[in-house]
Structures are given as structure tokens and as C-alpha cells.
Design a protein around this ligand. Structure first.
Ligand code: IPT
Length: 963
């Protein structure tokens, strides 16, 4: 007979949120109470299990001299102890809630500190942790204070009685895994440690405790109503408004309202007997009216991003400068909203949102996504034993962040399925803060939310929702709609942003969305350049799915961000170029255009020949949101005979702002005026067949194969039809999506290994005709290709005609030619779209102009290498190789890319450092490209951006220049 003995679970495996911590309260920095930062170098001892060591280390006098050191805030796995691990939804341990594995890396942290001179002897002192992943047990001077879970939430302990003037020993045991890990299954790196600030706060006698600033705005009267409810009574002073009121007492005064566009904050103070607390008050009201989210009486449109906290070296220990840098970059790219996916951010971040102006969805630290594969069996949000932990999380978020005008909505969490625990959270939140909206995406019934929120819905469905014709519960149809995630920005993309924006601007119900996501979570890595899931030997991982942001890990904007800036620009500039009229539409929700100056330029073949300020006048400056004005452009001084002419009109910041200097371009538009007829095709030269070469005008060809060898002094190699691209993450699509994902079909068909069969090399009276059939092995599908070469004395023209052979039911990745040039041809100049990358559904930001870039600069360094770098609408291209240059014009305009590796090498590379420049510059001139879409998580390419295999004909004219 055996006896089984199951002890009570240890604290870290207990469903409770913890014990010993104080109730949560508002986050604020006192003007006069002392504080001591305990950030810095701590001692660290790492153990493989939760109970490998006893708690002797917490006792004063314990010698930690032999221990390692660790920076706090920080994660030990990023400081040489263990390694980070990435999973999207999978729990990286057996799912048996609330139990976690025996192998449970545990970091004992010790910090010895003295109180600074003059630390007050009265009052209380609090020890505050802003964030510890995932479970901490805390001792001060050998006394146990308690233990807690809730990684991205604050916890405070009362420690006044334990403090000594010198030699205080703070000991914190941190377990990587705890019951809390089941509630923190967000798609991100698992990164244990004390990753946010640790602070000792003096609380003088009569200090302010918790308080709640209610600052509503009535747009009808222009008045704000302020009431500060405070646990400790005191007075509220707002000098600029002449307010001096008792806490709890409402005051109504005329105010300038706070909005994300006009973040008016009033400096104020809460004064209690023992403390002065500076406040910044923003008056605004948010509510749903007639099925629309309104702020201060007006519909708003979210131009949002999902922001995870991430730094390529420090993980989720994000410093203040980086937070500000993120927000400045967002403002400069016309982003007006942040969803704090998927946990409350560092509290200082919300101060910055108040100050710079962002609408915020503050999301609770809650996700149980890994239960989805179990059919949501044992999901903690549907198990009442976990409800106290959920309520604790809700309260810690709301209490901490409730005084920020930027926060419009509380989000219960992300991807948790459904359950009574969520309802309990929503009920508690509504009771505590009836003045904000509640958000949760995961429950299609919308029982607990004020908005219908979805992720990755395709355009057609969004349109249906916009019309309020979506099937589903009647009550839901009455709600406003947002996309809390859309446009998956993984790798090259996202495509289709402009098409979403049109829907948001058409349907009042569709109030915008939040691109997934702000930043690629790639770690700086010595050998790989940038590391992602699987690079740290993880047993289970989700690869580069963690790199799906609008900025690269080092926060360089990726082309997706540049595209988003253009798509969501708050001013639309369009008009009638030949007529010389420009129409300006104000797409702000609140602001007029008085902060902008309009400038025009007139361009001939991309070259600016005249420019100036647009005399916009008061009509434009005062243009109310939603309104348009028409302006006359000055009569062009130069006519563009035989040239392409256009107007470019830009809206620039008229003055410095908190987020960008005067002159920063907010919006732009181009108005074509004249498009000249195509120049006559080169003609007149006759081909000559030599022994090994055929010559035609400036060119020579291989006499046997008809392959182009030289154009003037320029050597050309391997020119051929090309229909392949190194699949993008969006081409490959997410593993859970249908099997007909385009990138898989291309590979299945073998488009990456086509061969060209030579059928004929014919000399005609005026040129050379080469016929081939391009096809991969094992299929009868092919592309009948004819290269027709004609020339004048100095110009060579290629016309490519392609006719699909067989039943092609797969779109092509691209359709064009590629060829090699010697490595010296490293500088490109073109008249066409630029300056950055563009594809058919990511081309809004492509501006017609004269651009230049080196071949190295043309490459977009996606963390996982993939197709990139195309420039759209190119009319004329010059590739400089020092003494010689190759020039190309296209009829019609073409897509251009050039790189120092082949598409095959690009395809084979898994990390940035795999791309090694060879001795050839590979030039791609494409007649057409397949769109990008967003299928790495969302919908694929819209029908209008697909490149169907169909007969096509296109021409390029080449010439060479020698210095
Ligand atoms: C959605 C998640 O909410 C987000 O955290 C992230 O994982 C994103 O996808 C993809 O990068 S959930 C998905 C199953 C739609």
C-alpha cells in the first residue's frame, strides 16, 4: 500500500495574488516627501529550483560577497544568467494550473542600503516595486514582508518600523514561474527579474494617500468640472483657473479641454496636512453616444499602435528616454493612440501620454491564450478560484492609472477566452470608474464591454460592421467598433493600410484601430545581428513571430511606419493639378489647421523649379475638423515641355511643438499636371552576327544564346525573366491559416527554381528576338517569353512579352527581369517613387521625385531577411559604377530593386548576418509585383493587388554613360 501525500501548494503555486502588500493606490510623485531609489547594482544568486536554497540569505549579516551582480531594473536572463525564451501562445511548461515545473529558475536578490542624511524620523515608509516577473517574496532586515504576483503591476509594503539609518538589507526572491505565469501568457519573451524601479517612499504624517481626480468637460458649455476625491482630506489648487477647493467638492469653471491633439494640462496641487502633490489635470469626457465613441462631444478616430515594452538589450526594462523616444516617434508619424498591449506600462509612460497627447487603452496584465489549444479547458478566467487574482490585477491597474486623462478605456486583458472572472473584473471596474469605457476583445458577445473590438478582421468584414449589417447579437450592433489589432507589421508590410483607412473614414461606427505592433522584439546578438525565438535553444518557440513591429529593434522606422504616417495623416491634400487648385481637408478630430504652414513646389521631371509658401489665409488656418477648402496654386513659371510636371504641396508645422520642430512635414499631396507622350523607341540600328557575338546598337549578345553581354562599356550578366521573390512573412502566412497561403504555393509550384529553355535566337532586320519558355520542373505550367531587342546607335530597347502556358491559378510574386552588374555599380539615382520601399498595397508614402541611394541603402534590414527594397513607379534609373553608368527608362514605369545578393540567397538567409555581399549587384526591373497583405496574422492580399498570371508586355530602354 502506498500513501500519497500532497502538501499545500507553496506560495508561488497558489492561485492567490499574494499577501502582505498594501492595497493599491494612485501613482504620483510627491513634491516634498523624501524618496530613495533602490535601483542599481544588486547581488544575485541564481538557483535552478524554487526551493534549492533556504531563506537564510535574507538575514542581516549573510555574506553575499561571492554572489554575482545584477542590474536592477533588469532581467537576469539578459545579464549572463540563463537565456530568454519566446513563445507566442504556448505555455513553455506543462499546462496543469496552478502548478509550475520543478525546474524554476529562482533569483535571490539582495541590496544593502543606508538611509540618506535627513531621512525623516516621522511617518511611514513604503517599499514600492513597479514590476517583478513573475513572483516575488520580500524581506527587509530579516523580516518577511510578503509575496506577490502580477508582473507588470505595482506592489507596496509598509516598512517604516523596520528601517535603520544604515545597513538595511533588502532581500527579494524572484521565481521565474508561478501560478501568475498562467495569467501572463502574452506573445512575448519570458523575461524574469526585477525589471522596473524599486523605491523607498517616505510617507509623512498627514501624507496624501490614494486620490481620484475627476475632471470632466462639457463641450456645450465649455466648462470643466473638477472633483478630487481623496482618502486624506486636503485642498485642491489650480492657480490658472483660480480654483482653491476642498477635496471632494466639485468646482465648475471654463477650461480648455484636453484631447490627444490639444493636450491641455493644468498644473495643480493636492495639499494635505503633511504633503503637497503636484497634479496635471486634463479636462475631458469620454462616452458612447448613438453607437459612437465620443470625447468632448465629438467622434474620435484611433490612429493607433499596440505597444509592448521592449528594448533590444534590456528587454522590458525600458528607461525614461526610450519611452519618450517611442512617443515622439509616434507623434511624428501621426499616431494618436496606444493600446498598452498587453499589460499596464511603466507608470511614467502614461504621464508622457498625458503630456504629448495620446488616447490610451490601458490593458490589464492578463492573458491565458495557451488554453485555446485545450479548448479553453481549465481556463483561469472561468474558474472562480482565480477570481481574487483577477480582481487584484484589475484594481492594481485602475488604482495606479486612474488619474491620467490620456486613459480612455480599461481593457480587461488580451486573449483569455470568456469567463465569469472577466465579468467580475468588468463589474468592479465600472463601479470604481464609471467615467471610462471598458474594452475586451475576446468575448464576441460583448457582454462586458462598451465597444465591439476585433483583431485582424478583413476589409470586407469591417465594411459590413461599418454598415451595422454584421450578423450577431443585436446589442452588439449598437456598439462602436474598433480594431484593437490589425495590419500585422511582421517583416515587409503591412499591406492594405490605406484600404482600412478608407473604411474608417467612411463609416462612423469604425473608429480606427491599432496596428500590431509598434516594435520588433529582437535582441542585439553578436553573431546573428539580431536574435529571435529559437536563437536561445528554446525547447518550444515561435521563431520570428516576435518581430512584427513598425520599428526595428533599434527603433529605426521600418517602411511600414512611413506608410502608416502617410495613410493616417490628419490633413488630406489633393486637387486638380492642371487646373492649379489644391483641396485641403482637415481630418483632425478637434484641431483646426492654425498650427500648420502650407508650402508648394512645382517639379519638372522630378526637379523642383519653383517653390514657395501657399498663401493659405484664415480660411485654411481656421478650417474646422472635417471641412475642406480649395486654394489656387500660383501659375507655373516654367512649362514642362516634353517633361512630366506636378505640384507637391506639404503641410508643415508652423512652430516648434513638444514633439517635432517647426518645418516637420505632417502631410503632403502630389497633383500631376502634365504627362508627356513616351519618347520614340530607339530604332535604326541593325544587328550584326560575329563569330561569338551579335552586336546591335550599343549592345553585344552571346551569338549562340542571345544573352545580353554588354551595353556600351557596362558588362551585364544573366539577364532573364524573373517571377520569384524571397517570400515575406506575410507571403508565408501564419501557420494556423489555410493551406493556400501564397508563399507556400509559390514554393510548391517551384517558382524559386524555374529554368529557362531556349527556343530560338532570331536576327531580324532591325533587331534580335529571343524566345524561351520559363518553367519549374515537374509541372506543365510555363511562361512563354519573348525578348525583342531593338536599338539606335546609343540606345537599346528590350520588349518582354510573357504569355502563360497552361492553367495558372497561382498569382506570381513578381513579373520582370533581373540581371547582374559588377559590384562597382553601387549607387542608384532614379526619377520615380521614393525615397523608401513600396509594393502595390504599401505605396501610399511613395512620393514621385528624384531620389538617390546606394545599393546598400536600398536594402531594408528586416530582422528575418526577405523580399524588400522595391521602389515604385520608376520612370528613369541610373546605376553608377564610377567611370561608367547604366541608364534605364521604362515604358511603362517599373519597380526597381538592387541588392548585393540574389533572391535565392535572400530567401536562404535566416538572420541579418547571413547576408554577405557578393561580387555582383543584382538588379530587378519589374513590370508588376504581387501585393503584401497581412497574412502573417491577418488577411491576405486584396484581389486588386494580386498579380495574376496573364499575358503581359513591357519595355526598358538601356544606355550607358562614360565619364
Ligand atoms: C494576437 C495577439 O493578441 C497578439 O498578442 C499577438 O500575438 C498577435 O496576435 C500576433 O502577433 S492573437 C492572434 C491569434 C490573432
Amino acid at each position: 500500500m502506498t500513501t500519497s501525500y500532497e502538501p499545500a501548494p507553496p506560495y508561488h503555486e497558489d492561485v492567490s495574488p499574494g499577501s502582505g502588500a498594501l492595497p493599491p493606490r494612485a501613482w504620483y510623485a510627491s513634491s516634498d516627501a523624501a524618496r530613495l531609489s533602490l535601483n542599481g547594482t544588486w547581488r544575485l544568486r541564481l538557483s535552478p529550483t524554487a526551493d534549492a536554497e533556504d531563506d537564510a540569505f535574507a538575514r542581516p549579516g549573510f555574506d553575499t560577497g561571492g554572489w554575482d551582480e545584477v542590474a536592477v531594473p533588469g532581467h537576469w536572463v539578459l545579464q549572463g544568467h540563463g537565456a530568454p525564451a519566446y513563445t507566442n501562445t504556448l505555455y513553455p511548461f506543462p499546462v496543469d494550473p496552478p502548478r509550475v515545473p520543478t525546474e524554476n529558475p529562482t533569483g535571490d536578490h539582495v541590496r544593502v542600503f543606508d538611509l540618506p542624511d535627513g531621512w525623516p524620523g516621522d511617518g511611514e515608509a513604503l517599499l514600492r516595486f513597479e514590476g517583478v516577473e513573475s513572483c516575488a517574496r520580500v524581506w527587509l532586515n530579516g523580516e518577511e514582508l510578503g509575496e506577490f504576483k502580477g508582473s507588470r503591476l505595482p506592489h507596496e509594503f509598509a516598512v517604516g518600523a523596520l528601517l535603520k539609518p544604515a545597513g538595511n538589507v533588502l532581500a527579494v526572491r524572484v521565481h521565474q514561474w508561478s501560478s501568475g505565469s498562467y495569467l501572463e501568457d502574452q506573445d512575448q519573451w519570458w523575461l524574469p527579474g526585477i525589471f522596473r524601479d524599486v523605491t523607498l517612499l517616505h510617507r509623512p504624517d498627514g501624507a496624501a494617500g490614494d486620490f481620484f481626480v475627476h475632471a470632466a468637460y462639457d463641450h456645450r458649455s465649455g466648462q470643466g468640472t473638477l472633483r478630487v476625491d481623496s482618502a486624506v482630506p486636503g485642498r485642491v489648487l489650480v492657480p490658472e483657473l483660480g480654483v482653491d477647493a476642498a477635496t471632494g467638492e466639485p468646482v465648475t469653471v471654463p477650461v480648455r479641454p484636453w484631447t490627444a491633439e490639444t493636450p491641455e494640462l493644468y498644473a495643480a496641487e493636492l495639499v494635505t496636512a503633511g504633503e503637497r502633490v503636484p497634479l496635471r489635470i486634463g479636462f475631458r469626457s469620454v462616452y458612447v453616444e448613438d453607437g459612437v465613441i465620443k470625447v468632448n462631444g465629438r467622434r474620435i478616430l484611433f490612429r493607433g499602435v499596440n505597444r509592448h515594452e521592449f528594448h533590444p538589450e534590456h528587454g522590458r526594462a525600458v528607461d525614461a528616454d526610450t519611452m519618450r523616444a517611442d512617443l515622439l516617434l509616434m507623434k511624428r508619424h501621426n499616431i494618436n493612440a496606444v493600446r498598452t498591449s498587453h499589460y499596464p506600462p511603466h507608470p511614467a509612460f502614461l504621464d508622457l501620454c498625458d503630456e504629448l497627447g495620446f488616447w490610451v487603452i490601458d490593458e490589464c496584465d492578463l492573458e491565458t491564450h495557451g488554453f485555446v489549444d485545450l479548448g479553453w479547458r481549465r481556463n483561469p478566467v472561468d474558474d472562480e478560484r482565480w477570481t481574487p487574482a483577477l480582481l487584484d490585477r484589475a484594481a492594481r491597474m485602475v488604482e495606479r492609472d486612474k488619474n491620467h486623462p490620456s486613459v480612455l478605456m480599461w481593457s480587461l486583458g488580451n486573449e483569455c477566452g470568456t469567463g465569469a472572472g472577466l465579468t467580475a473584473m468588468a463589474e468592479w471596474i465600472r463601479e470604481r470608474d464609471p467615467d471610462r469605457l471598458v474594452h475586451y476583445e475576446g468575448d464576441l458577445s460583448c457582454a462586458d464591454t462598451d465597444v465591439y473590438s476585433r483583431m485582424y478582421a478583413d476589409h470586407a468584414e469591417v465594411e459590413l460592421i461599418g454598415r451595422r449589417e454584421d450578423p450577431g447579437p443585436e446589442a452588439r450592433r449598437a456598439l462602436p467598433f474598433i480594431l484593437c489589432e490589425y495590419a500585422h507589421a511582421m517583416g515587409n508590410g503591412p499591406g492594405g493600410l490605406a484600404d482600412y483607412q478608407r473604411l474608417f473614414e467612411t463609416y462612423e461606427r469604425c473608429q480606427g484601430g491599432f496596428v500590431w505592433e509598434w516594435i520588433d522584439h529582437g535582441f542585439t546578438h553578436p553573431e546573428l545581428g539580431c536574435a529571435y525565438g529559437g536563437d536561445f535553444g528554446e525547447e518550444l518557440h515561435d521563431g520570428n513571430f516576435v518581430c512584427d513591429g513598425l520599428v526595428f529593434p533599434d527603433r529605426t522606422p521600418s517602411p511600414g511606419l512611413v506608410e502608416y504616417k502617410k495613410v493616417v495623416e490628419p490633413v488630406r491634400i489633393e486637387g486638380d493639378g492642371p487646373g492649379g487648385t489644391v483641396r485641403v481637408t482637415n481630418l483632425h478630430d478637434f484641431a483646426d489647421l492654425s498650427h500648420l504652414a502650407f508650402v508648394w513646389s512645382y517639379e519638372v521631371d522630378g526637379r523642383t523649379v519653383a517653390d514657395g509658401a501657399l498663401a493659405a489665409g484664415p480660411d485654411v488656418a481656421g478650417l474646422p475638423p472635417g471641412a475642406s477648402a480649395e486654394l489656387k496654386l500660383p501659375a507655373p513659371s516654367t512649362s514642362g515641355e516634353h517633361a512630366e510636371t506636378q505640384w507637391t504641396v506639404r503641410a508643415l508645422l508652423a512652430e516648434d511643438t513638444a514633439w517635432a520642430p517647426k518645418g516637420h512635414c505632417v502631410a503632403w499631396g502630389q497633383l500631376p499636371v502634365d504627362t508627356p507622350p513616351a519618347p520614340p523607341a530607339p530604332a535604326g540600328a541593325a544587328p550584326h552576327r560575329g563569330e561569338r557575338l551579335i552586336t546591335l546598337g550599343p549592345a553585344s549578345f552571346d551569338a549562340r544564346t542571345g544573352a545580353l553581354r554588354t551595353v556600351g562599356a557596362v558588362d551585364v550578366a544573366d539577364l532573364r525573366l524573373d517571377v520569384w521573390r524571397a517570400p515575406t512573412d506575410n507571403d508565408l502566412g501564419a501557420p494556423w491559416q489555410p493551406d493556400d497561403r501564397i508563399g507556400l504555393r509559390w514554393r510548391e509550384l517551384g517558382l524559386h527554381r524555374t529554368h529557362e529553355r531556349l527556343d530560338a535566337v532570331d536576327l531580324t532586320g532591325d533587331g534580335l528576338v529571343v524566345r524561351t519558355r520559363v518553367a519549374p520542373a515537374a509541372t506543365d505550367l510555363g511562361l512563354l517569353t519573348t525578348y525583342t531587342w531593338t536599338a539606335s546607335e546609343d540606345r537599346l530597347r528590350l520588349t518582354v512579352s510573357v504569355v502563360p502556358d497552361g492553367e495558372w491559378n497561382v498569382p506570381l510574386p513578381r513579373l520582370g527581369i533581373r540581371f547582374g552588374l559588377p559590384a562597382a555599380y553601387g549607387e542608384a539615382r532614379w526619377f520615380g517613387g521614393g525615397p523608401g520601399e513600396a509594393y502595390p498595397d504599401t505605396r501610399a508614402a511613395s512620393m514621385l521625385g528624384l531620389w538617390s541611394a546606394s545599393v546598400d541603402e536600398l536594402h531594408t534590414p528586416y530582422v528575418r531577411p526577405q523580399e524588400n527594397g522595391a521602389r515604385a513607379d520608376v520612370r528613369r534609373l541610373r546605376l553608377d559604377g564610377g567611370a561608367t553608368a547604366l541608364e534605364v527608362t521604362g515604358e511603362p514605369p517599373f519597380w526597381f530593386s538592387a541588392r548585393r545578393w540574389t533572391s535565392e540567397e535572400l530567401d536562404a538567409a535566416t538572420h541579418r548576418t547571413d547576408l554577405v555581399p557578393g561580387d555582383t549587384v543584382w538588379v530587378h526591373l519589374d513590370h508588376a509585383q504581387h501585393g503584401i497583405g497581412s497574412q502573417s496574422c491577418g488577411p491576405g492580399v486584396l484581389p486588386r493587388y494580386r498579380l495574376e498570371a496573364a499575358p503581359a508586355r513591357f519595355s526598358f530602354t538601356f544606355s550607358s554613360r562614360s565619364e
